[in-house]
Write a protein that binds this ligand. Structure first.
Ligand code: NAD
Length: 490
């Protein structure tokens, strides 16, 4: 069988072509797709931004961003497919020249009139750009049209809905690819592989066997230079509404009818629609908010001592909470989620905590039995761990917990595509499996809005936690209430 990648002809119109994301992620990712053969001869990229630049200077920017990743010949050949137009996205008349260039490049590169419009600009421009693409006739008539939307997607349910309506004025929902780069991560994509690829795991993925599920996205860094943005968003909006919910979607969903994007999205949406929405009492009972205090090291300042953070800020740098899905599969199984800055370790992981055996091994041994735990380690080192009960090496029969672990090999690490490479590739293939779907995004916003409202009214205490710990004690108490404990302790 011929495993050579199929070339995917297209013209990509990139809004924000001189930006940080374009240089750090998008050009290197497109270059990898070029080296692998998904992009060959029949593609062109138009970069736009406000700066006046000619094609040569723009190609130089592109070459610089990929110079380390290929031979001089490859870099040159790839960059020759790039063009630049200075363009103000807020000025409707500017779009006409992009239309002319799109048509010209389509001919020059026989790109089959396939078009991806990538919005790598400030989110306040998203709606306006999508509408202008449609109204100014930039959409292809004979090929596909796809819109890639950067994050954040709104700042509340209302703003997200408004944005969705603006996008839908130009594009149908199956043409919209909302980026959440966590969905492009290798080990997040390993969740369905592990779950559905092993019948014994698939068959036990329910309330009969699972005690609770824990999703942790912990960061060691503090707010760094992002205070301006972060102090208005907090951990809830920065990490829970988007990334955490998207990971939860893979865990909570029913088995999709097939592994195509339509069925995957339908199964995730069905799960999200059964998420128990909390009223004020529910928020108070199920969510903890925290803010980091000083640590033991001199440099570990408290959040309110960080540059550009107001001294009276009540912003959340930590969130822990309990989600409940009202489905037969998950009745009584809590999904615990947590994220925070300045914690003891940087780690993104999922811990599936199974129920303890009730087999009677004799009084002395029964106490030693532990809850088996399947852990999917996402970042910074990908891996899978399984802690299972087994026999201790003793003359008398005694049980103990044994850890089986696998981590991604150095070779696998080298070959792991950056999430942006995967997302661009998927969008070129029209595969929406690893993009956030509006139905799920809408539910996550409604859920999170309610928490934000209760917090804004100060109905939940803001817990402080010592820097370089795993968060406030209240988050441990949250689990202890139902006889659970956090598996990952830093
Ligand atoms: P940036 O500020 O570095 O780049 C923005 C680009 O938009 C620049 O090319 C700028 O010239 C252009 N621009 C600004 N105003 C314009 C206008 N009126 N008309 C035309 N072009 C205009 O931003 P960035 O960090 O590259 O981020 C781009 C998008 O990606 C944002 O939505 C951001 O939230 C998202 N994002 C970025 C990162 C990252 O790592 N940089 C990570 C996640 C999400």
């Amino acid at each position: 069988m011929d495993n050579k990648p199929t070339e995917l002809p297209l013209t990509l119109l990139l809004f924000g072509g001189t930006g940080d994301l374009a240089k750090r992620k998008l050009y290197p990712s497109l270059f990898n797709l070029f080296k692998k053969g998904y992009l060959q001869k029949h593609f062109a990229v138009i970069g736009t931004a406000r700066h006046p630049l000619d094609d040569d200077k723009f190609q130089e920017i592109v070459r610089q961003s990929i110079a380390k990743n290929g031979t001089e010949g490859q870099v040159k050949e790839f960059a020759a497919h790039f063009r630049y137009r200075s363009h103000d996205v807020t000025d409707l008349k500017d779009y006409g020249k992009l239309k002319v260039l799109l048509e010209q490049l389509d001919q020059e590169y026989t790109a089959q009139e396939n078009r991806i419009f990538y919005m790598s600009v400030a989110p306040r421009f998203f709606g306006q750009i999508a509408q202008a693409i449609k109204s100014e006739g930039l959409m292809s008539e004979n090929g596909y049209n796809r819109l890639m939307v950067e994050k954040p997607f709104g700042t509340s349910y209302d703003t997200a809905e408004e944005l969705q309506n603006e996008l839908e004025a130009g594009f149908s929902d199956n043409q919209i690819f909302r980026i959440d780069h966590y969905l492009g991560k290798e080990m997040v994509q390993n969740i369905p592989a592990v779950r559905f690829g092993n019948p014994f795991i698939d068959a036990t993925w329910n309330k009969d066997y699972i005690k609770n599920i824990q999703v942790t996205l912990s960061e060691q860094l503090g707010v760094e230079e992002r205070a301006g943005y972060y102090n208005t968003a907090g951990a809830l909006l920065d990490m829970i509404q988007n990334h955490t919910f998207q990971i939860v979607g893979w865990l909570a969903m029913e088995k999709p009818n097939s592994f195509n994007d339509k069925d995957i999205r339908a199964a995730k949406n069905a799960a999200f629609s059964k998420l128990k929405m909390y009223d004020e009492t529910g928020v108070v009972a199920n969510f903890v908010r925290g803010q980091y205090g000083r640590g033991r090291e001199v440099w570990q300042k408290s959040y309110t001592e960080e540059p550009d953070v107001p001294a009276d800020s009540k912003n959340d740098t930590y969130v822990a909470g309990r989600l409940q899905f009202e489905t037969d599969r998950w009745e009584g199984v809590p999904f615990y989620i947590r994220t925070g800055k300045r914690l003891a370790a940087k780690q993104t992981r999922v811990d599936i905590v199974y129920k303890k055996s009730v087999f009677d091994f004799g009084e002395a041994n029964n106490d030693k039995l532990t809850e088996p735990v399947l852990s999917i380690l996402i970042d910074p080192v990908g891996g899978i761990e399984f802690s299972l009960n087994g026999k201790d090496v003793t003359t008398e029969f005694q049980t103990r917990s044994n850890l089986l672990n696998w981590s991604i090999s150095d070779q696998d690490k080298v070959e792991t595509p950056d999430p942006y490479e995967r997302m661009l590739h998927d969008a070129m293939n029209g595969d929406g499996s690893n993009f956030a779907d509006w139905t799920g995004v809408a539910i996550s916003w409604k859920f999170v809005d309610q928490i934000a409202r209760v917090w804004a009214e100060d109905k939940v205490p803001l817990e402080t936690y010592e820097s370089a710990t795993m968060g406030p004690v209240a988050a441990d108490r949250l689990l202890a209430e139902t006889g659970d404990r956090w598996i990952f302790r830093g």
